[in-house]
Design a protein around this ligand. Structure first.
Ligand SMILES: C[S@@+](CC[C@H](N)C(=O)[O-])C[C@H]1O[C@@H](n2cnc3c(N)ncnc32)[C@H](O)[C@@H]1O
Length: 293
């Protein structure tokens, strides 16, 4: 168990920023050319989670009476455009991405040609007086040397009444670091094996990338996220968690199989029963800046 998980505070844990950024950049440049072809990073499960996240962002903003098409969006750790692409598809036109890996930026320019991209880290980049209505970040904050840097960045660059939205693994969920995690894996193993055998041809076409992470990489509990916000009272916070039995099938289900999509729908229905307990493997955290003084 890491220091952060013990204390519930995400405070940098003594990592060297230059070293973490250099390592992250090297790893993400390595992944970038095959990121979209990977059965892990671009698995059916991850695709569905990202689409749900984007729908939730858009619905939250609309419920507050704002038209997303008129808003300025910034995606932090924009990767190959996984979040900006569906935002563009929903008609959002003022889109910016920032990413430390130039090969990720090169890929994203192909997938989201209308967006502006900045090649830098959020720790180092100065957006000056620029403000964004919505700052999103998907599966990135837990890669940061000090996750609190994201929340300081949001405090500086959110327009009054603006939002940040994160999609992150939920370290407090049943599938991670919990006594139930092994049981869930065990229950799902026969189904995962059977689906992988059925899909062996499709899966063999996808590159098997090694799972490598920078040395500061550390999953977050909801309490870590709240503890890392320097000005938590300035925000109105909402949250969801999703996924108990679907996540173990990440490397097995393929989008083109009707049977896999049916399995996904059935297991999603089961997962929904546990989600009121905040048990999900993935969490979405949204925060609206309600005070700006
Ligand atoms: C796991 S990938 C997630 C990419 C994409 N958001 C997605 O949904 O798949 C993390 C991304 O964040 C970028 N990144 C990590 N730390 C960063 C930082 N401090 N500033 C800017 N980008 C960062 C990496 O280069 C990488 O593209």
């Amino acid at each position: 168990m890491t220091k952060r998980a013990e204390t519930g505070s995400a405070g940098g844990a003594g990592h060297d920023l230059d070293a973490v950024l250099a390592e992250e950049r090297e790893l993400m440049n390595f992944y970038a050319p095959q990121y979209r072809a990977s059965q892990f990073f671009n698995s059916y499960y991850y695709q569905q989670e990202r689409l749900h996240f984007v729908d939730w962002v858009l619905a939250t903003v609309r419920a507050a009476g704002r038209d997303p098409k008129t808003l300025a969006f910034l995606d932090v750790g924009s990767g190959t455009g996984e979040i900006l692409e569906p935002l563009a598809g929903a008609g959002c036109a003022n889109l910016t991405g920032i990413d430390i890996a130039e090969k990720m930026i090169a890929e994203s320019k192909r997938h989201v040609p209308g967006a502006r991209f900045v090649h830098d880290s959020i720790e180092r980049h100065d957006f000056g007086e620029q403000r964004f209505d919505v700052i999103t970040s998907c599966l990135t904050v837990h890669h940061m040397c000090d996750p609190a840097a994201f929340f300081r960045f949001a405090d500086r660059h959110l327009a009054p009444g603006g939002w940040f939205f994160l999609m992150e693994y939920n370290r407090g969920g049943w599938g991670i670091d919990s006594p139930l995690a092994k049981l869930i894996q065990w229950v799902m193993t026969p189904l995962r094996r059977a689906i992988k055998i059925k899909n062996r041809e499709a899966l063999s076409r996808a590159p098997a990338l090694p799972a490598r992470f920078n040395h500061a990489h550390d999953l977050l509990r909801f309490g870590d996220i709240l503890g890392a916000m320097p000005d938590r009272d300035a925000y109105e916070i909402v949250r969801y968690t999703r996924g108990v039995f679907v996540p173990p099938l990440t490397n097995a289900l393929v989008a083109e199989s009707r049977a896999d999509r049916a399995v996904y729908r059935v297991l999603r229905a089961v997962d929904r029963l546990a989600e009121p307990l905040q048990a999900g493997y993935m969490q979405g955290v949204g925060a609206r800046l309600i005070r700006s003084d």
